[in-house]
Design a binder for this molecule. Structure first.
Ligand SMILES: Nc1nc2c(ncn2[C@@H]2O[C@H](COP(=O)(O)OP(=O)(O)O)[C@@H](O)[C@H]2O)c(=O)[nH]1
Ligand SMILES: [Mg+2]
Length: 317
């Protein structure tokens, strides 16, 4: 796992060798606002799964980014009671720098834990940036953890939270504003479904040249994320959360669920291909890119032609 996190020479070969053993674990992404209680919740989930006799892996993305600096120490404290448990394997990843480095490391380390024999792998990440989107694409079930509040800090629309959440968890429900947050999220979800249904209605209308707009079936077998309240600090609501994860797992076995999984895997491969391609191109072209950038800066060439030139140079190698 260290070699993989360091992206050391030969780490891809390790991953290739492990791949036949990958695919048995349930991957649960846990994302959301810093301080929302993700690590505390993960600690509770570990305890629950251990009671069921499951082997648990945890991948904590080491938040070296400025807005969440130092949180990893907190993560370790939050989960420390499990450190001596042989059925629990906790690993943090830290690689930044390389393209999508952090998410790649997290996903790859999760795969190692899967191959190692973990039944469940919990992947804790912060926020929903591009990096985290890659993680949520790889996870079977993604939990989005948010604190109570009016919803301003959730920015559900902007951050694409609605797209990635399989289950919303309003944690710190012992604090004021939890119900307001639940209502806010539920109305966002309802709105999202209405927009989708509206789109379908329009398609039906155009397709059949008949009927009024609206009234398209909303219950199309798709998954609508439930919104749960938890008090992770006291372990409240955790059983209900686990039940939702099981329910989501069952849904993924339905036709709509399989379709969604296939789409995710397609996106995942595309993301991986993109990273691999860019990495190869960057290392092959090296100084040519700097040259092209300089030419563009001096206005000797336009950026479109410059890019085409780089691609042509890469292809002829
Ligand atoms: N009041 C309250 N505090 C909580 C709850 N869950 C976690 N916390 C506290 O919130 C802080 C941040 O928790 P942490 O799990 O590190 O959040 P993370 O950054 O999302 O991983 C810690 O001080 C926790 O003890 C909760 O349900 N209620
Ligand atoms: Mg944390």
């Amino acid at each position: 796992m260290r070699l993989i996190d360091d992206r050391a020479a030969g780490h891809v070969d390790i991953l290739k060798d492990l791949y036949p053993h990958v695919g048995k674990a349930w991957l649960v992404g846990v994302t959301g606002t810093p301080g929302a209680g993700k690590s505390t919740l993960v600690d509770r989930l570990i305890a629950t799964y251990r009671k069921e006799g499951k082997r648990v892996g945890v991948v904590a993305v080491d938040p070296t980014s400025p807005f969440s600096g130092g949180a990893i120490l907190g993560d370790r404290i939050r989960m420390q009671r499990h450190f001596t448990d042989e059925g629990v394997f906790i690993r943090s990843v830290a690689t930044r720098g390389a393209l999508g480095g952090l998410s790649r490391s997290a996903i790859d380390v999760a795969r190692v834990l899967d191959a190692y024999g973990c039944d469940v792998v919990l992947i804790e990440t912060v926020g929903v940036g591009q990096d985290e989107l890659d993680v949520t694409r790889s996870a079977h079930t993604t939990l989005v953890v948010v604190p109570p509040g009016g919803g301003d800090d959730v920015q559900a629309n902007k951050a694409g939270i609605l797209e990635v959440a399989d289950v919303f968890v309003v944690n710190k429900a012992d604090r004021e504003g939890a119900d307001a947050q639940v209502r806010h999220l539920e109305s966002m979800i309802a709105l999202g479904r209405e927009i989708k249904a509206g789109r379908r209605a329009v398609q039906v209308h155009i397709g059949h040249h008949a009927g009024a707009l609206g009234g398209a079936p909303v219950d199309d077998g798709s998954w609508s994320p439930p919104v749960l309240k938890t008090v992770a600090a006291r372990g409240e609501g955790v059983d209900a959360l686990c039940a939702e994860i099981v329910r989501h797992r069952a849904w993924l076995e339905t036709d709509a669920g399989r379709e969604r999984r296939a789409r995710q895997q397609h996106e995942q491969l595309l993301g991986h291909f993109r990273d691999t391609l860019i990495e190869a191109a960057l290392s092959e072209l090296g100084a040519k890119i700097d040259e092209a950038a300089r030419s563009v800066q001096e206005r000797e060439i336009d950026p479109y032609t410059a890019s085409e030139g780089l691609i042509a140079a890469f292809r002829t190698r």
